[in-house]
Design a protein around this ligand. Structure first.
Ligand code: DLZ
Length: 171
């Protein structure tokens, strides 16, 4: 699905319940920081709009997107947040470098999520051009940082809902 088809930046945040006790980690890549700073800003704006307290938003930076999984793991081990947003932007160049980084990060974040049981959100833009990135960090396709934050909150809420439900799931 393309960003043009789904823009979560325009979503009604009132559908999300009480997030006031959630702790959220944010790991931001310094590569393409003109983009990643805007994504991070969007994510923080959404978290605050959903009543996440500023003191419960823990931010760190890593040099490039390739380092997002390790930075996120360090943050998880030291601070035990309820979810971690991993924010980066890998713009396609003349070689396949971008594919190696993107695939590696996506796989590592999937593994971290499954092993830890908390969401490690893939907030990495993977555009062909800088303009496509600009369109997605507060431009015509919204801000994917907002979406990363929204997704994290929804997944934490889902975990709480499953925990609290008395009904058996399955057979
Ligand atoms: C090396 C590199 C290149 C060429 N491009 C990007 C990019 O577009 N976005 C990004 O986040 N990082 C890039 N990097 C840096 C790698 O992510 C990584 O930091 C280095 O390969 C060192 O491990």
């Amino acid at each position: 699905m393309s960003s043009a088809d789904k823009n979560l930046s325009s979503i009604d945040l009132s559908s999300i319940g009480d997030c006031s006790e959630f702790t959220i980690g944010i790991v931001t890549s310094e590569w393409n920081d003109g983009i990643t700073k805007k994504l991070t800003k969007g994510a923080i704006k959404t978290l605050k709009a959903c009543k996440v307290k500023a003191k419960n938003i823990i931010q760190i930076q890593v040099p490039g997107s390739f380092e997002l999984p390790l930075g996120a793991k360090m943050l998880y081990q030291e601070k035990s947040p309820d979810a971690i947003l991993c924010i980066g932007c890998v713009i396609k160049g003349e070689t396949k470098h971008n594919e190696y980084i993107n695939n590696s990060v996506a796989k590592a974040l999937t593994s971290l999520s499954l092993v830890s049981g908390i969401p490690f959100i893939f907030g990495v833009l993977t555009p062909d051009t800088k303009q496509q990135a600009l369109d997605r960090c507060g431009g015509k396709h919204g801000n994917k940082g907002d979406e990363a934050a929204y997704t994290a909150l929804k997944m934490i809420a889902l975990k709480q809902e499953i925990k609290s439900t008395k009904t058996k799931i399955g057979f």
